[in-house]
Design a protein around this ligand. Sequence first.
Ligand code: CU
Length: 502
Amino acid sequence: MKKKNEKTSRRDFIEKVSAAAGFGALINAVSNQDANAMPPMAMPGRGADNPATRTAPEKINKPSKPSGTSKDFTTFSRYKPSFGGPPNSDHYCGKLVPGLRKSGLAPVPVQAPDLEKLDYKMVRGAKEFHLRATPVKREFLPGTFIDVWGYNGSIPGPVIEAVQGDRVRIIFHNDLPENTSLHLHGIELPVEMDGVPGLVQDLIPPGKTFVYEFDLHQTGTFFYHSHVAMQEAMGMAGFFIAHPRVAFDPPVDRDFALMYQNFYVPPNATIADTSLMDWNWHTINGRSGPFTTPMVAKHGERVRVRLVNFSPMQHHPIHFHGHTFWLTGTEGGRIPDQAWTPRNNTLVGVAMAQDFEFIANNPGDWIFHCHMVHHMMNHMTRQVGPRIRPSHGAQAYQSQPLHVPPPQNILNAPEFGVPGYPQEMQGMMHSPEMTMESMMRVMMKREARGMRKHWASGVHGLMTVLRVLPDELYERVMNSNEHIEQGEIFDAIVQGRYAKRT
Ligand SMILES: [Cu+2]
């Protein structure tokens, strides 16, 4: 009965659209979608005795007409959302569609927004890096500095990039007020280089140096971190990217890296309390949304994103909008392409990495976020709607990002009366330092030029943005200094005011 209703409503829909717009092609598209979405052979449980397959097999099996456009669902376009053929085809969801770079070249360098790269020098046949464990004052949001620990003045620490076959030497210096050591997570190195205190080496006292040296035979998304648990909870980690000498096929044009972390910073404090199994601050590469710098790709490029979760104990289901991506790697390295899986959300467990790839074929500003609701806000209090402020809905917040109405109702009750928490800690707006100037530091980043006026009101906590920009818009945003109005680039995309490519 249900099936019948569905069919009726689909037919109604087709007839309505057809009558209104004369879209014969759309009728084909919808019926072809039937053919792709419900092949009887591919549907478990749909045997010959199943009324669903008995009703109209000739319709379900209707062959697609090769129309030469993506509307036939058999081709993949790098310039518009498209299906790409049946699930076992190479181009299904863009699976093996190459980027714009040629095969056989060295990989593109990794881009980790808001992080520095660590330089090296060739010394006695090794890439020699200098890394220092240091206390860090990290600006999670404009004007909000949190005291954490990291490397070379940053959390995460600077990105180390090396290439398969390199000899790597890390001259590691301890500038912390207590002992530490360095572990290279996932690297198959000699045991005395593994950094586990007691078990394989003595802890390195403050002011002292230890040299880690090994031959790199792996490729993938790795990371370095302190192997002292409470220091890990203070944020002590950084990327160690091991590139192949020749980029994997299909080659990517752009390679981003994001590290996720959580901290618990008590009310009116600036130091993470590592004794609590709790969290209220969320960072991507050491920034909280919307201070996270957007990733920017060109329309049609093949893009890789490497995710590492270095939260003490929170897992992150990371969701990306507007595209389907292929899971191509883990913290153990590259996955054979036979085992790649299509996803739009991937769960990154503690101390795990997930690499994924996709063709950026859908222009726009796409949210890229953890799907845990408490991770989608800072301090878990950046709520819209009636729970915190009964008389103000989401629209009121979004229309006046600098004039968030004061908290009301339950949070004014005495039992919630901890000064500074949580009622005075709403997202970016919590602190007296949150001025128009701070807001401008978020809105006026080059990477954010031309986004909608109030984009920041929808980006909090473990959220960032991946922009897919047609060439000419990419050039204006990233390479020109001409003035761009807020919303100008977004509007151009929505209205289709850019050169169409096929
Ligand atoms: Cu999360």
